[in-house]
Design a protein. Structure first.
Ligand code: IVH
Length: 679
């Protein structure tokens, strides 16, 4: 027997380790190592794979985002129909369901399993020999769309299941793809920035992310997958009890929402439903009810199906958290970026135990989409911690009045402008007191500078009394100044001062986020810190340089350079430096390999690699791929029908490689002599 290749076993070991940590992080929500340690392992594997591309396998943890954007989706038939469920809208209907089950199973004992009804979209994922081979959306229940490339980017869907006995056994998992509220909010903020209409709910956003043609976009959305069925090759339940399926799914490494409960009778079901209806807001994602299934598969079979739904299961739907009410007025408020956000002031209405008297309308485009005017009767929805929103207009008032975006800022009277391609109108006065208050609040918020005790009431006073004109002023506040404020005792003032002091220790990503640069939130701030490790470097970087950071495109880059070009922002940075902030952090290493330090531009059609595949190989070897040719480009890789980029490369004297020369470079780190012709 040949001795095992040491590189191969090193790679195998790394992959095993990474799978273990992915499972801990994404499935069990209990990581045992830090993100940095995890990244370091990923980079180690990437570097090894880049040096040995022949050892890359599709189930490697580095290969989740692969493949190129596609033309469209291929239809695929389900192994067995994916039907929907009948609904029970109240306790009475749930009891009626139980009566029916009892009538059809006379003199038998049976039990139920109650699970949360996650508000997402269902997805069937097939495995062959333990490898993920296919993922198909529900579609019409018989035929769905093959979204395998996109599903592979969802970290709670294992690419490989080791416990599977060897051989070609086929089995299938069915479950729900969901997006948590935070990611949903972020998706909508991004849509606003791109001038696109908002997603109405997390389900639509999840569906949108799963059905895009480019898997990179799916990956960026951070979808989660909760599984609830395990089927054999024939599309039939793989085990004889549903409760056993839920345990087996977990054993195989799938994420199962552990809030399910085995219930002996309808009273226990009702208790479970009540309990979760009350607790739904505490979950990070939306649920819209409880799914109830008869546990025994044998009994399920005998209960059978109607034309559209099983008789052995039902969905208990929670009361919709929507109410009708009237729009009394629409007013704008000014945010820290100067964006004017219209808010609907409503006739107060109780929705699921909370009185709602305001709902956000986000921006003018959204008002246009809803066609809502003052006086209209509207449907308002409250969903978890998402701010209440207007769902639609139910009845236009005869004397309805349209909302008009003010031309001047309601707070400071300065001009309001709407930049082309943006959905927000903004107050252009950077010293607008409303903007200032919002920016101080953002700066001190939890997750940013964490200055406990610095809330709205206090910030209003500090700004109104001229004690704080920008966030750096916080670090010059004295105990006397603080105790002079309304409702501020000696003790609280001392505490606040200590908290302000402590915030000087916050790391670079938080400082960056705290500055309030438009489009630079928590995530982008982290990417920038990872890439540059130094605020001064970020402040002086060109737009092109900034775009080398992950997820930073032209728009964000421009926003950053514009921010740091303004003298008052430069002054702010200097004052924060003087206050003792540390502007540097460790740079998180990107893949280091033969191509580290080199920048490539790809153009035209290569003979065997797609452009995305070529980009990936370059990046895995530590190289950078840029969108346009500049003096900083190291190589242009050109294929058939290369256009203006090739011309530009030639005029700038940048070496041009064909695919073969690129492959050589990837293998050896040395380009062979420039080729005649390309493609
Ligand atoms: S069982 C035939 N279990 O709700 C069985 N569905 O209204 C059908 N859903 O299409 C599915 N959580 O998209 C099941 N724990 C759960 C669920 C669940 C959410 C969705 C699923 C289904 C719809 C039925």
């Amino acid at each position: 027997m040949p001795s095992p290749d040491p590189i191969q076993s090193q790679i195998d070991k790394l992959r095993q380790t990474l799978r273990h940590h992915e499972h801990l992080y994404y499935v069990l929500d209990s990581p045992s190592i830090t993100d940095g340690e995890y990244d370091a392992l990923v980079h180690e594997l990437q570097a090894l794979e880049a040096a040995h591309p022949d050892l890359i396998t599709p189930d490697s943890p580095t290969q989740r985002v692969g493949g190129s954007p596609r033309e469209g989706f291929v239809k695929a038939r389900h192994s067995s129909p994916m039907l929907s469920l009948d609904n029970a809208l109240n306790e009475e209907e749930l009891r009626a369901f139980d009566q029916r089950v009892q009538g059809l199973l006379p003199n038998e004992s049976y039990q139920y399993v109650a699970e949360l009804k996650l508000d997402g979209l269902s997805l069937a994922v097939q495995y062959r020999g333990g490898q993920l081979t296919r993922a198909v959306t529900r579609g019409d229940g018989q035929v769905g769309e093959d979204v395998t490339q996109n599903a592979r980017t969802i970290r709670s869907i294992p690419l490989q299941v080791v416990s599977e006995p060897p051989g070609d056994t086929v089995w299938e998992v069915r479950g729900e793809v969901v997006l948590n509220r935070r990611s949903f909010e972020r998706a909508n903020t991004e849509r606003d920035a791109e001038g696109l209409p908002r997603f109405a709910n997390p389900r639509n956003a999840a569906a949108g992310a799963l059905r895009v043609l480019d898997p990179k976009i799916t990956a960026a959305r951070q979808l989660e997958y909760f599984s609830y069925f395990l089927l054999n090759a024939e599309g039939q339940p793989a085990l004889d009890h549903h409760s056993a399926v839920l345990k087996e799914l977990q054993r195989r490494g799938f994420k199962v929402h552990t809030a399910y409960r085995e219930c002996a009778d309808v009273e226990a079901l009702i208790e479970f439903c009540r309990e979760w209806e009350a607790k739904r807001d505490a979950l990070p994602f939306e649920i819209d009810g409880v799914v109830i299934k008869v546990d025994s598969v044998d009994q399920q079979k005998r209960l059978g199906w109607t034309a559209k739904a099983p008789r052995w299961a039902i969905a208990f739907k929670f009361a919709a958290r929507q109410e009708r009410t009237r729009v009394l007025d629409i007013q704008v408020s000014v945010g820290r970026t100067g964006a004017l956000t219209p808010t609907a002031y409503l006739e107060p209405v109780g929705i699921g135990g909370v009185t709602v008297s305001r709902a956000t309308l986000h921006n003018e485009d959204e008002i246009g989409r809803l066609d809502v005017q003052i006086g209209d009767l509207v449907l308002v929805e409250r969903a978890g911690d998402v701010i209440p929103k207007v769902v639609r207009v139910l009845e236009q008032a005869p004397d309805r009045r349209p909302f008009v975006m003010p031309r001047t800022c309601p707070e400071c009277g300065e001009e309001v402008v709407r930049v082309e391609g943006e959905s927000a109108s903004r107050c252009i006065n950077t010293n607008c007191p409303a903007r200032l208050k919002e920016s101080v609040l953002h700066f001190s918020a939890r997750g940013v500078m964490d200055i406990d005790g610095l809330g709205e009431v206090l910030v209003n006073q500090l700004v109104d009394r001229g004690l704080v004109a920008n966030v750096a002023d916080l670090y010059q506040l004295t105990l006397d100044q603080l105790t002079s404020l309304d409702r501020m005792g000696q003790k609280s003032a001392e505490k606040l001062l200590a908290n302000i002091n402590d915030s000087r220790q916050q790391p670079l990503p938080r400082i960056l986020n705290g500055l309030g640069i438009p489009f630079v939130g928590e995530r982008t701030a982290q990417f920038l810190a990872d890439a540059f490790g130094d605020l001064d470097k970020i402040a002086s970087a060109s737009e092109a340089d900034l775009q080398t950071a992950e997820e930073v495109g032209p728009k964000i880059a421009q926003s950053i350079t514009q921010f740091f070009a303004k003298p008052h922002n430069q002054d702010l940075v200097e004052r924060l430096r003087a206050a003792g902030f540390k502007f540097t952090c460790e740079i998180r290493k990107k893949a280091v390999g033969l191509l580290t330090g080199l920048t490539f531009v790809l153009t035209g059609t290569l003979p065997t690699l797609t452009r995305e595949e070529a980009a990936k190989l370059i990046e895995q070897a530590g190289g950078k791929v840029a969108g346009s040719v500049s003096k900083k480009t190291s190589y242009v890789v050109a294929g058939a029908e290369a256009g203006s980029k090739l011309d530009k490369a030639t005029s700038l004297g940048i070496p041009v490689l064909n695919e073969e020369a690129l492959q050589d470079l990837l293998r050896t780190g040395v380009p062979r002599a420039a080729e005649e012709g390309n493609g």
